[in-house]
Design a protein around this ligand. Structure first.
Ligand SMILES: [Zn+2]
Length: 602
């Protein structure tokens, strides 16, 4: 994207100045003042002690835990899953600034996404119309009524029907002025023989999928007549420029307020589960689009709540992919509890047949993830068989050694013993033995890790050498003070820096950077992820006060350090005996010029 023309740098700079980054980020997480900066728990990774810092002086944020960082625009792009242009638009609205005209290419890109949104909106309306207002939709409507949904539910979730026709939607959308190219991009048609196209969803009840801002981004379709050959029971839109399955959750746009309010959500498997749940007052219900949870989805939930109840069908809940997903959820820092439904039952049926109160009982009896896993291990095992018993014991021991908290571990051991009729002491002994083994294995590594973390928490600079601090400070000022750049570049080269600062310096001291404004989003591709993260790191560390004289002195200090080093190397060369006259001459000349460079500055 950086290759395209865009909003002017002036506009973007003005926008960034107008946005109070602390105020902006505070909309998403709690920030506490810490010296000149603010810190809080990172919204992009799971953590218990804050390593997410915001520097209000230069409007940069950086997470020392996961490396996420950037300016206000980057933050909005990341957290709202928006494009650059959309983020600009959102921030401009927020700060009451009017958007200037976009370049043609930029406008096209932005327009395409906008068009995809309106195309989807229209398609959803069309499907809904077919369901509620035409004979074609009669059977589907009766099907939904039979499943216990009424007109209000249909309206709330904008349910629809894709007729048993090959080109009904295609023709409709074309008539409304959308190109085949765009309809295909939206994932609503497939290509057939001889360049022909046909509707992807046919004879299906349609469940529009919304993003958390309530825009239709995709569709799910459930087959109406299972005896017919219409493909799989459920069919979803493919990935499109506006839809990524792993980043969205069904029903979140309707559930998010309730999730935030209750600090918990209920995660279900299917669309109808969610609709039935909302109908019965469980308005914090959502569905994962597929049962294997992704990290993105986990983080999305974490933005709204700390607790999640899993209400999957009994057979789904126990399968490996599901459990992996639940681990991801739990590792994000979400307290996961599993609602244990009876075999063959799902939330939709349960709510429909037994009602709100019974479901509430199930929620109250939800077990946490470890208990659930213990149950899974024991389930359907004949514990009177010695061989089986041993295997079960092994699996439980392995599971419980992962519980780090002593007290917690003890509680689980007791519960597991009760369930299996193992002696608690035996189980405890086995678990502790394994736990100690594991602990000593990890100890060294963990110690190093926690030390590092601790240092970072108290002092952003403590793990740095003085040289590094100076290098970082000089580069930070180079970036944020364009007026200083020429003077600094004249005094320094990348060789005056070490490691990552040297890589960054090499990039910065190019003529093009010196004379232009440096925009993080522009350099993203050429800089690479690691350096980009480093960039926000040094900016979040930067102290505001600019003392030009001091910075130039620091720069001279860096270059004189290099000169001194080079002189040392030359001395070492001179001490070797077998030097030709030519070489000796060269060395002396270099030596002389190095001295000259230092004196010139003094
Ligand atoms: Zn982070």
């Amino acid at each position: 994207m950086d290759k395209l023309a865009r909003y002017s740098d002036e506009f973007i700079n003005e926008l960034k100045e107008n946005v109070d980054i602390v105020d902006l980020i505070s909309d998403y997480l709690e920030l506490k003042k810490s010296g000149n900066r603010y810190k809080g728990l990172c919204p992009f990774h799971s953590e218990k002690t804050p390593s997410f810092f915001v520097n209000p002086d230069n409007n940069f944020y950086h997470c020392f835990g996961c490396g996420a960082g950037g300016d206000a625009i980057n933050f909005v792009m990341e957290i709202e899953n928006l494009t650059f242009i959309e983020s600009i638009k959102m921030l401009a609205e927020r700060s009451g600034m009017e958007l200037p005209d976009l370049s043609d290419q930029q406008r096209q890109l932005y327009k395409e996404r906008e068009k995809l949104f309106s195309l989807n909106r229209l398609a959803a309306r069309f499907y809904n119309y077919l369901l509620t207002d035409t004979n074609m939709g009669e059977q589907a409507l009766q099907y939904l009524y039979k499943r216990g949904f009424n007109d209000q539910d249909i309206k709330k979730f904008q349910l629809g029907f894709a007729a048993d026709e090959w080109q009904l939607l295609l023709n409709f959308l074309q008539k409304k002025g959308f190109s085949i190219h765009l309809i295909k991009k939206a994932g609503l048609i497939s290509e057939g023989k001889n360049n022909s196209h046909y509707d992807k969803f046919r004879n299906r009840v349609i469940f529009p999928i919304f993003n958390n801002r309530g825009e239709v981004i995709a569709f799910g379709g459930r087959i109406l007549n299972s005896e017919d050959s219409y493909g799989p029971k459920y069919l979803n839109s493919p990935e499109t420029p506006i839809f990524s399955k792993k980043k969205n959750l069904y029903g979140l746009h309707l559930a998010k307020d309730s999730i935030r309010e209750q600090n918990s959500c209920i995660i279900m498997e299917g669309y109808t589960d969610v609709i039935q749940a909302h109908k019965n007052g469980f308005e914090n219900s959502i569905a994962s689009l597929g049962t294997a949870f992704t990290e993105e989805q986990a983080k999305l939930i974490k933005r709204y709540a700390e607790n999640a109840y899993i209400a999957y069908d009994a057979d789904t809940a126990g399968n490996k992919a599901t459990l992996r997903g639940l681990d991801i959820l739990s590792n994000t820092g979400i307290n996961v509890k599993v609602i244990q439904l009876e075999e063959g039952s799902d939330p939709d049926q349960l709510l429909k047949n037994e009602g709100e109160e019974v479901f509430n009982n199930f929620i109250e009896n939800a077990v946490n993830l470890i208990d659930f896993k213990i149950n899974m291990i024991i389930n359907n095992q004949d514990l009177s068989e010695p061989g089986v018993r041993k295997k079960v014991l092994r699996s439980i021991v392995e599971l419980l050694t992962d519980v780090k908290d002593n007290l917690e571990r003890e509680i689980y051991i007791e519960r597991a013993a009760e369930k299996t009729n193992f002696k608690a002491e035996v189980l405890a002994e086995e678990v502790e033995k394994e736990f100690k083994k594991k602990k000593s294995r990890n100890n060294q590594r963990n110690r190093e890790k926690t030390n590092k973390k601790r240092e970072k928490e108290f002092d952003l600079y403590s793990q740095l050498s003085y040289y590094q601090q100076v290098e970082e400070e000089v580069l930070a000022h180079f970036i944020s003070n364009p007026d200083l750049r020429e003077e600094l570049a004249a005094r320094l080269s990348k060789n005056d820096f070490n490691g990552r600062t040297s890589q960054l310096a090499e990039y910065l001291f190019k003529g093009s950077v010196i004379s232009n404004s440096v925009q993080l989003d522009k350099i993203k591709d050429s800089l690479g992820e690691e350096l980009l993260s480093y960039w926000s790191e040094i900016l979040v560390k930067q102290d505001n006060a600019l003392d030009k004289g001091r910075i130039l002195k620091l720069a001279d200090y860096l270059s004189s350090k290099r000169i001194a080093n080079n002189k040392k190397k030359l001395c070492a060369l001179l001490s070797k005996k077998e030097l030709s006259l030519d070489k000796l001459n060269n060395i002396l000349l270099t030596f002389y010029s190095l001295n000259y460079n230092i004196e010139r500055r003094d």
